[in-house]
Design a protein around this ligand. Sequence first.
Ligand code: ZN
Length: 432
Amino acid sequence: MINDFFNKELFSYLQSSPTPFHAVENIEKYLLRHNFSLLRESERWQLERGQSYVVSRENGAVIAFSLGKNDSSEQGFRILAAHTDSPCLQIKPIADIEGNSFLKLGVEVYGGCLLNSWFDRDLSLAGRVCCETGNSKLDILLINFERPMLTIPSVAIHLDREANKNKTIHQQYHLPPIIAQKISGQLPSFDSILKKQLESLYPEKKIGAIFSFDMFCYDSQQPAYLGHNKEIISGSRLDNLLSCFVGMTGLAAAGNSHNNLLICSNHEENGSVSSTGASSSFIDSVLERIIPDPVTRRITLHNSFLVSMDNAHATHPNFKDRSDPAHKIYLNKGPVIKTNANQRYATSSISSARYKQLCIAANVTSQEFVMRSDMPCGSTVGPIIAARLGIKTVDVGAPTLAMHSIREHTGAEDPHLFYKTICQFLKTDSFH
Ligand SMILES: [Zn+2]
């Protein structure tokens, strides 16, 4: 059954999280509303059993945890992992490109984008800006334009008769989106466009010089139901904000009788190697503060279990030959357990069995994905965190069509089915 209330909350999280910075800020805000306390890495922590905490790093990654009032640390943590980033177009530091009366913005491709899906969309802009705000103070401000304002126009079929046969996209020349046209007077600069928006978002601040920014284009279209019976969800950044949302809501609903932890890290789409990526010291440093004694920490990790959450490829009805025929994946049939012989996924027979037991207990069906043997397999944060912590891990995710397109699709039942298994996980007593 479709859980419309849950999906609408997901839609609102997706729409208000156009960048990793917004995704992290929204997780923090949500958890603070649910009795979590804010921690900062720059301060000493006084942690108490039976309490829940949230800490973020450089706007891009966040860790939230509950210290179970019934658990000792040695009983281990139920850990959830997801990533906050999605493939997109990032604005270059010197952005302005003028041509044919237009102002365009230079862009780099972030992650493995399906670039053709970015043409002729009503794009908006969001990110963070580092600027002076009075008395030479450097401020880091999140910014979101929200309204549609940019486009990357296709070249007309009349001017490219081969467009439906041989389409190649030149990343340097074909992608700069149009943001303004000179009708009379001067074109605005990108800096001036940013400054104006900051002034309207932060009227209390005196916006001075803009030094730098991380700005991204995103699809301004709202998420929506598709299908005769609204059985399909269509939206941007389902990979992997769907998992961030399931993790955040599951953790808040679990209360604080058990040791539970959620990490949502940045930069998965380009390899997770950064100060906020899954390869960073973030999770180690938080666990060191929770459990300072190294031997106790090792015992805790041995008794812990990681559910690494990231979307899985559903079998495409028009491209069935791209999937293994014995491992068909359907929308609305529940979370997908992902395995790979070469450890691109961290699932083992043991962790797979544990997750299947969770699904049975939650009354949810599960599915099993492997890549076709003659095609290379993607990866995710699971193997990285499993290797860092030496912890039993399963890689699972919602079945998804058109992954890495500007619009992705999942089943309308899938977010809540996934959530039910995560709730079951967070209240399960023991994993060893
Ligand atoms: Zn992903």
